[in-house]
Design a protein around this ligand. Structure first.
Ligand code: SF4
Length: 341
């Protein structure tokens, strides 16, 4: 049933019907989220990575300067971000246990907790006990993308490193939930495989998690592959119209689920997408390690060699907030606060 409905939407080219679906998605979003759109920002702690994802500019064989923020640098990044009004952050690293072990992540969380209300992690998959430890330190959310659910493509795209273990990654949200995380974000990287199959598999993954852990707050994310490295595969690219269908279908099938849209997408697309289902957007983002507090922050921001992927929407937090207000939304900097001391 779920597959049938989604497939009908995905395969439909009738613009009038799609406009009607967008209207329904808009009404459902208003019903469950009102006019609230949550703002957050990513903070890259490290670009060390032991994996070999062929589509990523951080992968282990790419010759780029590697950096890991020390405690002072983490605090400096937090201070700059906090001054923009951001209260929810996503701490990211490449996937390297060696350079960014759980102890390092715990320290980063404790520093970030002094500045932000909500802290989520997007790092390598951890064990349940490790998630519990980081949760106790003040981390309340985990983001983990399967990247693609097409297992044949997955093997080709991840030729080496721990990430090659598809099943271990697939089970990561379970371990995060068992470790006490209250919010979990799942997603696929659109552009790696057939998007229709990937989205259906993502929905199935989400459904199974909802059954097992109904108390968790779930968000879905659908980043599109962006230029950052010389990955040239163009067979699976996803158009703006298809991404809009994905967002609408997700809202219609999962009315209460958060939908995230990052600065990988253009300002024009994001400004439209908040009207038909998106509830969470990043703003003022840098995807470079130390990109906020660098002496020449603008240069760091646009330095593609140092960033995981190129940013498309380069507006400041204030500009995104103003855009939301102009369109009648309530920008929300936090809807939750960690009370861990
Ligand atoms: S996608 Fe993540 S795990 Fe893969 S190479 Fe890039 S940083 Fe490493």
């Amino acid at each position: 049933m779920l597959d049938d409905t989604a497939s009908r939407i995905f395969n439909n080219q009738d613009t009038a019907l799609l406009e009607q679906l967008a209207q329904e998605a808009r009404l459902l979003t208003k019903q469950y989220f009102g006019r609230a759109i949550c703002l957050y920002a990513p903070l890259y702690l490290s670009n060390h990575c032991a994996n070999q994802c062929v589509y990523c500019g951080f992968h282990a064989s790419v010759d780029i300067p590697r950096r890991k923020l020390d405690e002072q640098a983490i605090a400096a990044e937090c201070q700059v971000l906090a001054r923009t009004g951001i209260q929810s952050i996503l701490l990211l690293t490449g996937e390297s246990r060696k350079y960014t072990p759980p102890e390092y992540l715990e320290t980063a969380i404790k520093i970030a907790k002094k500045y932000f209300a909500s802290i989520a992690l997007e790092v390598y998959p951890l064990e349940t006990e490790e998630y519990a430890r980081l949760n106790a330190a003040g981390c309340d959310g985990v983001t983990v993308f399967q990247e693609t659910y097409d297992q044949a493509r997955y093997k080709i795209l991840h030729p080496a490193g721990k990430k090659r273990d598809y099943a271990y990654r697939y089970q990561t949200p379970q371990r995060a939930a068992l470790g006490g995380m209250r919010q979990i974000t799942l997603g696929v990287l659109l552009g790696l495989a057939d998007w229709r199959q990937d989205i259906l598999a993502l929905y199935a993954h989400l459904r199974s998690l909802e059954k097992e852990f109904p108390g968790v707050d779930y968000t879905l994310s659908f980043p599109r592959l962006r230029e950052a490295y010389d990955y040239k595969e163009k067979n699976y690219l996803v158009s703006d119209a298809d991404l809009a269908k994905i967002i609408c279908a997700t809202r219609l099938l999962f009315p209460r689920i958060g939908i995230n849209l990052s600065t990988r997408e253009s300002a024009a697309f994001r400004d439209r997408a908040v009207h038909f289902g998106v509830t969470k957007i990043s703003a003022g983002s840098s995807t470079a390690v130390g990109g906020y507090a660098a002496p020449d922050a603008e240069a760091a921001r646009s330095n593609r060699a140092a960033a995981q992927f190129a940013i498309n929407d380069e507006r400041s937090v204030a500009a995104v907030k103003a855009m939301l207000e102009r369109q009648g939304f309530d920008p929300v900097f936090t809807d939750w606060r960690c009370l861990v001391k």
